[in-house]
Design a protein around this ligand. Structure first.
Ligand SMILES: Cc1ncc(COP(=O)(O)O)c(C=O)c1O
Length: 366
């Protein structure tokens, strides 16, 4: 197919690009399952079940500037992010989701054949963006508790290594990387990305060391703690020379006016949002116990807003399918490293209750 017509002009390395298995939009299930779209319980993308701050909704409803391009320099937003993070705004760059910063960093550092160290299993978008720039992935396996094997990681560094990727808490495992391990990696001097998408659920961060370590870059998102996944807004904290070049290479208006406004209102209303984070974290711990009590799921301890479970009886894909038919969306994995696993985002108490009831029903037939 690719050899004919316009297809033959596509970059050869992208012809077999696998894409990303994105989470399901509930509306795509309309008519396919008996549960109405508005009753679907969505626990497959680590979104915030409580939504955004009411102040965000109000500000967006009242906003009158949609016809004007956003500030490409993100001055006001970066000032608020400075207050929120304690990191001077010169080090901060915002993006359309933190995904976009991963993309930009790949383009900044990786040419064909350059090596990127990825600690698997981890966030699938890392591999996605390495593939897009035709980088070479050097996989370092996490240990049986999904901790990064720092010794193995350091051994994997070669003269071609241009970037090291670390997510803490890690998605989909929920594992924290201890600060001393991150420092040991930073000692290598190789540009290192610490992805803190779930920072607000842990309070542990490397942000205060940005600028002090010339190779430390930290990214975060408003998708999880602030409930802004649909608006696409994230940000990163970088050494000055990296922040400056990112500001130049990013698409000028990458963060739209609604997203900028929503992020500013979110940091202004952080007490409200952090109250919800606390509720989600407590609910995660309840859910962990309930999942364990099924007897056929083995949940792994998580510090984020989701729980990874090994499926001990039956197939993860079948369980995911049955849950979907019952109107509950979760994520399943079947890879060499995550055989028969489910990743379940923490919902509201009533949603988690419905999930457990559904799992118990499924469990009777296993
Ligand atoms: C570890 C990690 N990094 C980044 C992201 C992407 O977040 P965003 O919505 O800001 O692109 C996610 C989302 O699931 C994630 O789990």
């Amino acid at each position: 197919m690719f050899e004919e017509g316009i297809g033959k002009y596509i970059r050869p390395e992208l012809k077999s690009f696998g894409g990303y298995a994105a989470s399901k939009a509930p509306e795509t299930l309309k008519g396919k399952i008996s549960v109405p779209v508005d009753k679907i319980i969505k626990l497959d993308a680590n979104e915030n079940p409580y939504g955004c701050s009411p102040k965000v909704e109000k500000a967006l409803a009242e906003y009158k500037g949609i016809h004007i391009y956003p500030d490409s320099g993100q001055q006001e937003l970066r000032k608020h992010l400075q207050d929120y993070t304690g990191v001077p705004m010169e080090h901060i760059v915002a993006s359309a989701g933190s995904d976009q910063l991963i993309d930009l960093l790949m383009r900044l550092f990786i040419s064909k054949g350059d090596e990127v160290i990825n600690c698997i299993p981890t966030f699938a978008m890392f591999q996605f963006f390495i593939n897009l720039v035709d980088g070479t992935t050097v996989n370092v396996l996490r240990d049986e508790n999904f901790m990064v094997d720092v010794k193995a990681l350091k051994k994997a560094i070669t003269p071609k290594t241009k970037l090291i990727l670390l997510a803490t808490p890690n998605n989909p495992t929920g594992t924290i990387m201890p600060k001393k391990d991150i420092l040991a990696v930073l000692d290598s001097g190789i540009p290192t990305l610490v992805d803190e998408a779930y920072y607000e659920f842990t309070g542990e961060t490397m942000a205060q060391l940005v600028g002090k370590y010339k190779n430390l870059m930290v990214i975060r998102t408003f998708s999880k703690w602030a409930g802004l996944a649909g608006l696409r807004i994230g940000y990163g904290m970088f050494p000055l020379e990296i922040a400056n070049i990112l500001l130049k290479i990013k698409e000028p208006y990458c963060v739209n006016v609604a997203a900028q406004l929503a992020a500013i209102e979110s940091v202004k209303d952080k007490e409200y949002l952090m109250e919800k984070v606390k509720i989600i974290s407590a609910e995660r711990d309840n859910l962990y116990t309930l999942l364990q009590q099924t007897g056929w799921l083995k949940p792994y301890p998580s510090k984020a807003n989701f729980i990874l479970c090994a499926v001990l009886k039956g197939r993860a894909k079948d369980i995911q399918q049955k849950l979907e038919e019952m109107g509950i969306l979760v994520r399943y994995f079947y890879t060499p490293l995550l055989k028969d696993s489910l990743r379940i985002s923490v919902g509201k108490p009533e949603e988690n209750k419905a999930l457990i009831q559904a799992l118990n029903k499924i469990g009777e037939g296993l």
